[in-house]
Design a protein around this ligand. Structure first.
Ligand code: PGA
Length: 252
């Protein structure tokens, strides 16, 4: 049997609660197609749709938040804590997406606290890393991503680290239709694993590394066949159920 893959649809600020509920209630065959292929599938709806999504999700569909606050509770207006996500029975949360880094000033140090808060609740952090076009063209991808990894994973035990999912998403490939080549995705994933292996040893082999950035039905197969790529974070192509089902079918 081929290795298990994890494919998560990041809906971003798309699909209102009604649209999300419709999608979730019709997602049975999405999960069936995934499990036939040894793929674990999940979606990350808007906060407003999360509780209904968990309640109505077909068995096996992971439900993720798109952010979390690092504190457990208190005077943090507009924020949602990991214990609240746990209470709502979520699977995990996406952390440090490049859009949050760009528009909300999220740093890798802040991500580190969010990762710890999620792990404390037994939830899965999906930690996004990735470089800008400028950094990529300067040949500094690994240096940049390495820093994001070291800061994001600071203070974690090997056992904790093995529960974190990494999404490598080159910023220049997100929502641009310009995906990274399969060689770049594999090479970067391989280097990410080497960096983690330096820090955490054998546990790094259990860390799932996803590729993200303009993944669609037509190109996902190539990424999923890479030895160091364990899945995908899919934006645009996951917002429509039929399209996301095609992505899953194309994965292998
Ligand atoms: P995209 O987004 O698939 O639309 O490029 C990926 C992401 O931002 O996670």
């Amino acid at each position: 049997m081929d290795k298990e893959l994890l494919i998560i649809g990041n809906w971003k600020m798309n699909l209102n609660p009604l649209e999300a509920a419709k999608y979730i209630s019709e997602a049975t065959s999405l999960v069936e197609e995934a499990s036939k292929r040894n793929i674990v599938v999940g979606v990350a709806p808007t906060f407003l749709a999360l509780t209904t999504a968990v309640y109505n999700a077909p068995e096996g569909l992971g439900i993720y938040a798109q952010n979390v606050n690092e504190h457990d509770h208190g005077a943090y207006t507009g924020e949602v804590s990991a214990s609240m996500l746990k209470f709502a029975n979520l699977t995990g949360a996406i952390i440090g997406h490049s859009e949050r880094r760009q528009y909300n000033g999220e740093t890798s140090k802040a991500c580190n606290l969010k990762i710890k808060a999620l792990l404390e609740q037994g939830l899965t952090p999906v930690y996004c890393v990735g470089e800008s076009l400028e950094t990529f063209e300067a040949g500094k991808t690994i240096e940049f991503v390495s820093e994001q990894l070291r800061e994001g994973f600071a203070g974690l035990t090997a056992e904790e680290a093995s529960q974190v999912v990494i999404a490598y998403e080159p910023i220049w490939a997100i929502g641009t239709g310009k995906s990274a080549s399969i060689e770049i995705a594999e090479e970067t994933a391989k280097q990410i694993r080497a960096i983690l292996s330096d820090i955490f040893g054998e546990a790094s082999s259990r860390i799932k590394i996803l590729y993200g950035g303009s993944v669609k039905a037509e190109n996902i197969g190539g990424y999923m066949a890479c030895p160091n790529v364990d899945g995908a974070l899919v934006g645009g192509a996951s917002v429509d159920l039929e399209s996301f089902t095609k992505v899953i079918k194309g994965a292998r």
